[in-house]
Design a protein around this ligand. Structure first.
Ligand code: UT7
Length: 312
């Protein structure tokens, strides 16, 4: 598969900050438990915004930074498990709101927290045969509407947000990305509104164990396929679900502290949005210099997992 360039990024974080102390007034929890077990200090919940509003803001910023015309975008993929409508997709809503031309390819992907990585690989495979040079890949989530705010096991973990990336095909590069899925329904999920289990349910310990094992494994597989070691990588970006999961992966892969970017402290777990939000923060700080190699790894409900090597 031919490679891609990461052209630009954008993010959207809704304004309603919810601190751990705020949550301690709703459920039997406290700041000390949440920070020590997860690293999370605060998260953001939507007020009036819908999922597509977040995706719109993140996408608009990425398009503006890329300095491209909307007519040059031929592919739009939104990764989400919290769409506004059963159908049409967030992508099609966004296509209309952004004014992207008729005839482009637009659809959503649900691979839960691995969704953005799934989106990158699908985009890389579709972009090859497309006449327009750019693709827009977004992770966007409004998880607050799927949380049981009486369940301290889950409601403290998640946040809302969106991250977007504009990518372009590059014939001189090779795309390295590995995806997988296990077929597990009971450990982590959300049946959605109108069902018996409308809110996120989770067996935290099972998810934790799965995450550490599989992120480590897929990271090694990606490095092997790219014929690289951690020494050749500039940054490792993990799905931001729990700082302890990320630290375990860091230990197993022997990743130096300066190569790891963690921002779960401020956002909680934003599922498919977490990796592109990290990328946008890194971009803003000037960390994604030309030719930088970024190894992105994640896992999610399903269980799904993915690892993608991005070369800026
Ligand atoms: O994108 C994927 C989404 N999910 C994840 O990545 C989650 C992965 N799992 C985890 O991050 C961790 O398993 C958790 C953070 C969810 C839980 O951490 P843990 O160290 O596995 O805690 P635990 O489940 O063993 O719970 C320990 C105690 C329990 O009390 P008892 O039974 O020992 O009396 C829980 O009831 O902590 C209690 N507890 C809480 N206490 C205060 C659970 N949630 C809370 C809370 N505040 N919010």
């Amino acid at each position: 598969m031919i490679g891609i360039d990461l052209v630009s990024t954008g993010r959207a974080i809704p304004g309603n900050i919810i601190t751990n102390d705020d949550l301690s007034k709703i459920v039997d929890t406290n700041d000390e438990w949440i920070t020590s077990r997860t690293g999370i200090r605060q998260r953001n919940f939507c007020k009036e915004e819908k999922n597509w509003n977040l995706a719109y803001e993140a996408a608009s910023k990425a398009i503006e930074k890329a300095g491209i015309a909307k007519e040059e975008i031929g592919l739009l993929i939104v990764a989400t498990f919290t769409p506004d409508y059963q159908t049409p997709s967030v992508s099609c809503v966004l296509q209309e709101k952004l004014g992207l031309p008729s005839g482009i390819v637009a659809f959503d992907i649900n691979a839960a927290c691995s969704g953005f990585l799934y989106g990158l690989k699908v985009a890389a495979s579709l972009i090859e045969g497309q006449d327009k040079p750019y693709a827009l890949v977004i992770g966007s989530e409004q998880i607050s509407t799927r949380l049981d705010m009486t369940d301290r096991n889950t409601c403290v973990l998640f946040g809302d947000g969106a991250g977007a990336a504009i990518i372009k095909k590059n014939d001189n590069k090779k795309f390295v990305g590995i995806l997988g899925s296990e077929g597990n329904v009971e450990a982590l999920g959300c049946e959605g509104h109108g069902s018996d289990k409308p809110y996120v349910y989770m067996d935290g310990k099972k998810v934790f164990k799965f995450a550490v094992q599989n992120i480590t494994k897929v990271a090694k597989q990606v490095l092997e396929e790219a014929d690289l070691t951690v020494n050749d990588i500039d940054y490792v970006v993990c799905h931001q679900a729990n700082e302890r999961i990320i630290r375990s992966v860091q230990k197993f892969l022997d990743i130096p502290e300066e190569k790891l970017y963690i921002n779960i402290y401020n956002y909680g777990n934003t599922s498919a949005a977490s990796i592109p939000i990290v990328l946008d923060e890194m971009n803003e700080k000037g960390l994604l210099k030309a030719r930088a190699k970024v190894l992105c790894v994640g896992f999610g409900a399903g269980f799904t997992w993915g690892g993608v090597l991005l070369e800026v």
